[in-house]
Design a protein around this ligand. Structure first.
Ligand code: NDP
Length: 234
């Protein structure tokens, strides 16, 4: 079964691994990118998710070529780590605007079409740190915890229309996002993971594929942690 899948922020990292997993499963995959062009093989649409008009244009382009989006993976995200007293208003609001409001923007457009079709899958990429907190990431964890509440409310709203809404919560994953932390800090954080290592993007992708598959048709409003055991009990 080939579905029309849209993954935001998927020209690299976790998003790219997710897009590749759907592609390998035979789906028609569109990805949005902001600055980094996407690799060949995908319908690649420029889109900054902080800009509502970009999102409208991106959805129109995807629908024209692949049909209405049946699976949305809202993955695009940023960090701007600072301790509270040095965190500017812009550091806080820009992270919220991208990670949380950006997800609202894309989910709204996707849901509008899914409601008409009375089926669909929406998946948000949150973070393990949303569940247990992280010093220096109050903006990021607020946005990622916000996604969980947002997804649960949407799950209730959209369940009568046959649409499932879930959240995936990756632990520390080996992507460019970790570059700002420095090797020593990453090594220290990895040592605290019960499984003792970072996640590989493909491991996150496999969970995304499952949560949006027909096999997961009775799963909605859930948070699936793929984090090597970091958040267990939270
Ligand atoms: P990367 O930094 O490698 O990729 C982030 C992606 O988001 C890029 O493609 C980037 O596009 C895109 N993006 C950022 N801002 C915008 C925007 N305004 N509009 C459109 N696209 C945007 O990070 P990861 O792959 O690691 O992260 C993917 C998701 O997983 C994020 O939501 C992140 O918070 C989450 N996550 C990551 C973890 C990790 O340890 N890596 C752990 C837990 C969650 P561009 O190339 O143009 O900048």
């Amino acid at each position: 079964m080939s579905r029309s899948v849209l993954v935001t922020g998927a020209s690299r990292g976790i998003g790219l691994a997710i897009a590749q997993a759907y592609h390998a499963a035979g789906d028609r995959v569109a990805i949005t990118y902001r600055s980094t062009p996407a690799p060949d093989g995908f319908l690649s649409v420029p889109c900054d998710i902080t800009q509502p008009d970009h999102i409208e244009t991106a959805f129109a382009a995807v629908e024209e070529q692949h049909g209405p989006v049946e699976v949305l993976v809202s993955n695009a995200g940023i960090t701007r780590d600072k301790l509270l007293l040095t965190m500017s208003e812009d550091d806080f609001t820009s992270v919220l605007d991208t990670n949380l409001t950006g997800a609202y923007r894309v989910a709204k457009l996707a849901a509008r079409r899914m409601i008409r079709r009375r089926e669909g899958r929406i998946l948000f990429i949150s973070s393990a740190s949303a569940l247990y907190g992280q010093a220096g990431q109050s903006n990021y964890t607020a946005s990622k915890a916000g996604l969980i509440g947002f997804a649960r409310s949407l799950a209730r709203e959209l369940a009568p229309r046959g649409i499932t809404v879930n959240t995936l919560s990756p632990g520390l994953t080996d992507t460019a996002m970790l570059n700002t932390l420095g090797a020593e800090k990453v090594e220290g954080l990895a040592a605290q993971v019960p499984l003792g290592r970072l996640a590989r993007p493909e491991e996150i992708a496999r969970a995304a594929l499952f949560l949006t598959s027909p096999d997961a048709g009775y799963i909605t409003g859930q948070v699936l942690a793929v984090d090597g055991g970091v958040s267990m009990g939270h």
